[in-house]
Design a protein around this ligand. Structure first.
Ligand SMILES: Cc1cc2nc3c(=O)[nH]c(=O)nc-3n(C[C@H](O)[C@H](O)[C@H](O)COP(=O)(O)OP(=O)(O)OC[C@H]3O[C@@H](n4cnc5c(N)ncnc54)[C@H](O)[C@@H]3O)c2cc1C
Length: 306
């Protein structure tokens, strides 16, 4: 619960505030209890102000992107959930083949901008429903490409509120992991190094990628994409299917019939349902195949009772 005094102080220019906001409105899973405060922050000054206010007052804050890799607690999120918008939604050309993307811009926007400028290299990301910030945090990837292949410079806000930048290998990218996964830094913008390419060829590759997604993934149902990381030497979806778990449900959560690596929300799923289904999948896969599955999706919010 936020005090009325703190709520008053949150009235910062260029911040849109939503109190007791259902997080189900901000996640691709369509699951999640209320955040004490959800805010859309439009520029760097406003971001700095809100972060330092939270720190001064001892109120926790949580960054989110487009909520496409998140399972949010049924109990909601304590404190302030921050989403970047406004200036952070911009994508610009900074040199012949480098584009600068605000962390809040969608990958879709970045991919279209690249295509319209005749720049290839980002096509793999077409269809990943996240933001550029979320993609760097997660080192998102698909169809043979990863953000690590194109992200050359990332500017971020460190714990002291200073704007810093990292380049190339300093990102420490690995499978679904970056340096940001281990720090409390806020990604502000990212430079993506692309290369000149025929627009029709880019368009063809993007369309092909999307067709593959539509054929294999349950895109008509709320989900957070692949729930588990690819275990060394296996495919999570194939393992789950071989263990007879395809279609298994707990409450409103179900292992997708179309792609066993996805858990879908059939309509009224709770985070509890998803967590219980994950627990069941992990147990059965361990027992039958001897493999420990690790979650790719991130759980945020208040701890739920087991
Ligand atoms: C249908 C579907 C298909 C998908 N396909 C793929 C795929 O092919 N490949 C793939 O890799 N992923 C895939 N995903 C998962 C997801 O889209 C990616 O992980 C994406 O990169 C998450 O971005 P986001 O903006 O939604 O981040 P969120 O889910 O909102 O957040 C993810 C993490 O990033 C952090 N974060 C976000 N923004 C910032 C910031 N500015 N500063 C600091 N931390 C930040 C959050 O705190 C959180 O820990 C899929 C998801 C769905 C629903």
């Amino acid at each position: 619960m936020l005090s009325n005094e703190f709520k008053e102080k949150l009235n910062i220019e260029n911040v849109k505030l939503y109190f007791d906001e259902p997080m189900s409105l901000h996640t691709s899973f369509r699951i999640g209890g209320n955040a004490d405060c959800f805010c859309e922050v439009m520029n760097i000054d406003a971001l700095r102000k809100i972060i330092s206010l939270c720190k001064e007052e001892g109120v926790p804050f949580q960054m989110i992107g487009l909520g496409s890799n998140l399972l949010v607690s049924d109990e909601g999120v304590e404190g302030v959930v921050i989403k970047l918008d406004g200036d952070f939604d911009e994508v610009t050309l900074v040199s012949d083949a480098t584009i600068r993307c605000g962390a809040g811009a969608s990958l879709a926007k970045a991919c279209l901008f690249a295509k319209n400028n005749g720049l290839g290299g980002a096509e793999f990301a077409w269809g990943i429903p996240g933001s550029v910030g979320g993609a760097v945090y997660m080192n998102a990837g698909a169809y043979g490409g990863e953000i690590k292949d194109i992200a050359v410079v990332t500017r971020y806000l460190d714990e002291e509120g200073s704007i810093c930048e990292i380049k190339g290998e300093e990102h420490c990218f690995s499978y679904r992991h970056s340096v940001f996964s281990d720090k409390n830094w806020i990604i502000l913008e990212v430079d993506l190094a692309l290369f000149p390419k025929n627009k029709n060829d880019i368009f063809y590759l993007m369309t092909d990628t999307m067709e593959k997604r539509k054929a294999k993934q349950p895109l008509n149902k709320p989900s957070a994409g692949s729930v588990f990381k690819r275990p060394e030497g296996y495919y999570a979806a194939a393992l789950i299917e071989e263990c007879g778990l395809k279609g298994t449900s707990v409450g409103g959560a179900q292992v997708s019939e179309k792609h066993s690596g996805f858990i879908i929300n059939k309509g009224e799923a709770s985070a509890r349902d998803v967590l219980d289904l994950i627990k069941h999948i992990k147990k059965v896969v361990k027992e039958k195949a001897g493999v420990d599955l690790q979650c790719e999706i991130k759980f945020i919010g208040k701890k739920q009772q087991d």
